[in-house]
Write a protein that binds this ligand. Structure first.
Ligand SMILES: [Zn+2]
Length: 107
C-alpha cells in the first residue's frame, strides 16, 4: 500500500473507527515511515488540541502522541501474540484428536 492510502486511514484511526486489521497495517507502516509518522502526529495534535481547547485541559500533546502510539503498538503486538497462542492451542488440539483417531484405526 502507498503512503497516500495509509494517510486516508489516519483520521478513522484517531477516531477509533478503523478496523483492527487496518490499524495493525497502519501502525506497522508508521513505525517504518517517518513522513507518515509525522503526518499522523500532525493530525493527532490538531484533533487533540481542538478537544483540549474546548475542555480547557493542559497541553502535553507531543508526549501524549508518543504514548498513544506506543500503547497502540503494544496492544496490537499483544493481540498478535494471543492470536498465535490460540492458533497453537487449536493445532495442538487437532494433533491430539488425530492421534486418537489413528490409534483407533491402527489398533
Ligand atoms: Zn508512509
Amino acid at each position: 500500500m502507498d503512503c497516500i492510502n495509509y494517510r486516508m486511514n489516519m483520521l478513522p484511526y484517531l477516531k477509533h473507527e478503523l478496523s483492527i486489521r487496518k490499524t495493525r497495517k497502519l501502525l506497522s507502516h508508521v513505525e517504518s515511515c517517518a513522513e507518515c509518522k509525522e503526518e499522523l502526529k500532525v493530525q493527532f495534535l490538531v484533533m487533540e488540541g481542538m478537544k483540549r481547547l474546548e475542555y480547557g485541559k493542559t497541553f502535553h500533546l507531543e508526549e501524549d502522541f508518543e504514548e498513544s502510539l506506543k500503547a497502540s503498538v503494544k496492544e496490537y503486538k499483544r493481540r498478535d501474540t494471543l492470536q498465535k497462542f490460540m492458533l497453537f492451542v487449536f493445532y495442538a488440539g487437532c494433533m491430539i484428536v488425530l492421534l486418537f483417531l489413528l490409534k483407533g484405526i491402527l489398533l
